[in-house]
Design a protein around this ligand. Structure first.
Ligand code: NAP
Length: 308
């Protein structure tokens, strides 16, 4: 089986990118879309993010064989409840949310009796809204699919093929494990970036203009992450609380170890740690998940960044 009528709920960065990618890579499929913000619906129609922009969520899902929720994590349950009466019985329900355990629970609760197979394309940028999306966002990025047990194998296969058609590499994972892995690869780095940028802007003996002027010393790269959408990231931390707190505890211990190495002048410990982390950076580049150029190659291609 394959999906030919795809409904996208939420037409921001992720929803818009899926719509544009379907238009480019699956031209035989039609897309319907809905966003709760009338301005976003207007802009989505102007940009042609989906074949038809609908005035209600119910209208968008009425004939769909695949419905993808692309709203902030905390809005998933409400968005799903809004389509409960209109959703065709055999449609597959999925999403793109950054946390999987809590979102799977919210979707399952709002849509009992429907097949729900959550997913998380690990692709994005710090931009949001209907102008942020682009068709190549998912190309050569991972999409993690977290099917419940037991699952509908036919629909799971079709969902995997859908994401592969959009250019993604698909990995199947247990939802709890997903949340733990993403807590360290994505959620904790965002928390650290939000903290560092906040700390720098609060310093009394370093002026704001100095922070901005000398930002190329490392700070600048944190500001890109710390510019990410406040609604989405508030929801991520509240939805993946346990895994984030576990990883934060580990991080605090490792930070204390480095703090001690600096205090006691243990240069060998610092050198060993920094050599280890440099090797990790090389592996990321070798696997094609980032670009070795100093500007991460963003100056001259489509803007795709290794998102959340
Ligand atoms: P976005 O650009 O802000 O788009 C989300 C859109 O959903 C907004 O236009 C929002 O409208 C709308 N919305 C909110 N509640 C709704 C509802 N009940 N019904 C219909 N529309 C609703 O956000 P995004 O970056 O695309 O993120 C969407 C999802 O993708 C999140 O769950 C996030 O965890 C996940 N994700 C994001 C990234 C990333 O890098 N950004 C990467 C991977 C996965 P309002 O603005 O009016 O609320």
């Amino acid at each position: 089986m394959s999906f030919n009528r795809i409904a996208i709920i939420g037409l921001g960065l992720l929803g818009g990118s899926i719509g544009l990618a379907v238009r480019e890579y699956l031209p035989d499929s039609v897309t319907t879309g809905f966003d709760s913000d009338p301005q976003t619906r207007k802009r989505a129609a102007e940009r042609g993010l989906v074949t038809t922009v609908c005035e209600t969520a119910a209208e968008a899902v009425a004939n769909a064989d695949l419905v993808i929720f692309c709203v902030p994590p905390g809005a998933m349950g409400r968005a799903a409840a809004d389509v409960a009466d209109a959703l065709p019985a055999d449609a597959l329900v999925s999403d793109v949310g950054s946390c999987k355990v809590s979102i799977a629970e919210a979707l399952g609760k709002a849509l009992p009796g429907h097949t729900v197979i959550p997913a998380h394309p690990v692709a994005g940028t710090e931009n949001s809204g209907p102008d942020a999306g682009f068709a190549s966002l998912f190309r050569n990025r991972w999409c993690i699919v977290t099917p419940p047990e037991p699952t509908d194998l036919l629909k799971l296969t079709a969902l995997v093929e859908f994401w592969e058609a959009l250019g993604a590499n698909v990995e199947i994972m247990d939802a709890e494990h997903h949340d733990l892995v993403l807590a360290v690869t994505s959620h904790l780095p965002h928390l650290i970036a939000y903290t560092i940028v906040g700390t720098a802007s609060d310093l009394e003996d370093v002026t704001q203009s100095e922070v901005i002027k000398y930002s190329a010393g490392g700070f600048r790269d944190f500001t890109r992450i710390a510019a990410s959408d406040p609604t989405m990231w508030r929801d991520v931390f509240l939805s993946n609380k346990d895994a984030v707190l576990t990883m934060l505890q580990r991080f605090s211990e490792d930070l204390s170890a480095l703090q001690r190495a600096i205090r006691v002048g243990d240069g060998d410990a610092l050198f060993e740690q920094f050599s280890h982390t440099r090797a990790i950076r090389r592996s990321i580049i070798e696997e094609g998940q980032d670009d070795a150029r100093p500007d991460f190659g963003r100056g001259d291609h489509d803007g795709s960044a290794a998102g959340d």
